[in-house]
Design a protein around this ligand. Structure first.
Ligand SMILES: Cc1cc2nc3c(=O)[nH]c(=O)nc-3n(C[C@H](O)[C@H](O)[C@H](O)COP(=O)(O)OP(=O)(O)OC[C@H]3O[C@@H](n4cnc5c(N)ncnc54)[C@H](O)[C@@H]3O)c2cc1C
Length: 387
């Protein structure tokens, strides 16, 4: 499919965020929405996500994003005609430090006040949920039974499919190479397939957000960082389902995927923004060491493979959603770090409201694009870096 000559909105990036935005715009009746994807839909960092969905965030805005997104995942198949594989397996954080626990308690109060089901449980109770856990060094665990997981590919395809049915055009294999500006406002984009005139351009380029920002002369504080996930051969010694379980002391997390275990060392490493992220074999050893400490039975497991992806992080771990400073018509939906998949339903809705109604129906000042330049980055407790 070739690109049209004109569009009402051009969305750069056909990941889960871009596809959700296109869907919500089209659902609201916006015509001539075009998504441009350099590769194929969902092939970016969305394809690397572990699929985790939690209400356990540190701010009211993000907890509300989670609760709203969870409601969408719960009835996803009805709305999108695709089973997203949504399951409430829960999130379990193993806590071995009293100070860390105190940080959780403040956040849990907020999460519960907003309707989330999150509780502090004893190490023994944690072992009841995951019998393979070593708990002797834990002071407590934090349990979110309403948290869960779904398939990032299925969810992205769901958004893309309905967006297309509602008239949006999603063009794959096309790279945006320039953003045309005139007197400080967006006029359109140049692509490898020709120019498109458009009054609104949305940057949903995931780890390439900063690169795409530079096309419009805008600095965007998105810093991609590599994270690995390894998987074992079928491992019945830990029967599923188990919660997505994170060891706070090391950042290691695991969950069951069919018969296999998924294991992540929780690494955060600057390796540039090349989307073809290489796996560093040395991380296998680190992962196994961390795993042995929390689930000793993995000494009988065999690592069968793994992958690495880029998490588009910001300096305060909150996303950037809103108009880009200094360029009228340029909108940002970037910097989602390890939670862009799970927040994609709410993101799409509020971006569509912002573009169509002039402002969103929820206060999104947490995500203000100017906060880093103004030194206003939100300095609360960052909360668990779970995925
Ligand atoms: C190992 C790992 C585990 C994770 N686990 C979770 C999890 O459990 N839960 C969760 O919620 N999140 C998780 N995440 C984070 C999640 O993957 C991201 O936050 C989310 O996928 C971001 O989606 P996106 O649409 O913004 O980016 P992407 O999926 O990267 O989409 C951006 C798209 O833009 C395209 N693009 C870039 N530049 C251009 C251009 N110039 N022209 C055209 N197209 C362009 C790219 O090809 C890409 O497809 C994880 C990430 C990693 C790496």
């Amino acid at each position: 499919m070739s690109v049209p000559k004109a569009a009402s909105v051009v969305v750069i990036g056909g990941g889960v965020v871009g596809c959700s935005i296109a869907y919500h715009l089209a659902r609201r009746g916006q015509r001539d929405v075009v998504v441009l994807e350099r590769e194929t839909v969902g092939s970016g960092t969305t394809s690397k996500a572990a699929g985790g969905i939690r209400v356990q965030f540190p701010t009211e805005t993000e907890v509300r994003f989670s609760l709203e997104s969870i409601r969408v995942f719960e009835r996803f198949e009805e709305e999108f005609g695709i089973d997203p594989g949504y399951r409430k397996i829960g999130y379990l954080f193993c806590v071995s430090d009293e100070d860390d626990l105190r940080g959780f308690e403040a956040r849990i109060a907020l999460q519960r006040a907003l309707g989330g089901d999150v509780r502090v449980i004893t190490p023994k109770e944690a072992q009841g949920l995951v019998p393979a856990l070593f708990v002797d060094d834990l002071v407590a665990a934090v349990w979110g039974p309403g948290d869960g997981m779904a398939g990032p590919a299925e969810v992205t395809q769901g958004f893309a499919r309905r967006a297309r049915e509602l008239g949006a055009r999603i063009v794959e294999g096309v790279t945006v190479t320039a953003i045309d500006l005139e007197r400080g406002r967006v006029r359109g984009v140049q692509t490898t397939d020709g120019a498109i005139a458009a009054p609104v351009v949305v940057n949903a380029a995931g780890p390439h957000a900063a690169r795409v920002g530079r096309l419009a002369g805008v600095d965007i504080a998105v810093h991609p960082r590599r994270r690995h996930i390894f998987f074992t051969e079928p491992f019945p010694e830990i029967p599923g389902p188990v919660p997505l379980t994170t060891d706070r002391a090391t950042g290691f997390y695991f969950r069951k995927e069919m018969e296999q275990l998924l294991l992540s060392p929780g690494d955060v490493e600057d390796v540039g923004d090349d989307p073809n992220v290489a796996v560093d074999g040395r991380r296998v050893e680190e992962t196994v060491e961390k795993a042995l400490r929390r689930i000793p039975v993995v000494e009988h497991a065999r690592i069968a493979g793994g992958w690495a992806g880029l998490r588009p992080l910001t300096p305060d771990d909150h996303a950037i959603i809103g108009p880009a400073p200094g360029v009228e018509g340029f909108f940002l939906a970037v910097g989602f770090g390890g939670h862009g998949f799970q927040h994609s339903p709410a993101t799409g809705r509020y971006v569509a409201e912002w573009l169509l109604d002039g402002r969103p129906s929820m206060d999104l000042s947490l995500f203000d694009a100017t906060r880093f330049a103004r030194g206003r980055a939100v300095a609360h407790d960052r909360g668990p870096d779970a995925e």
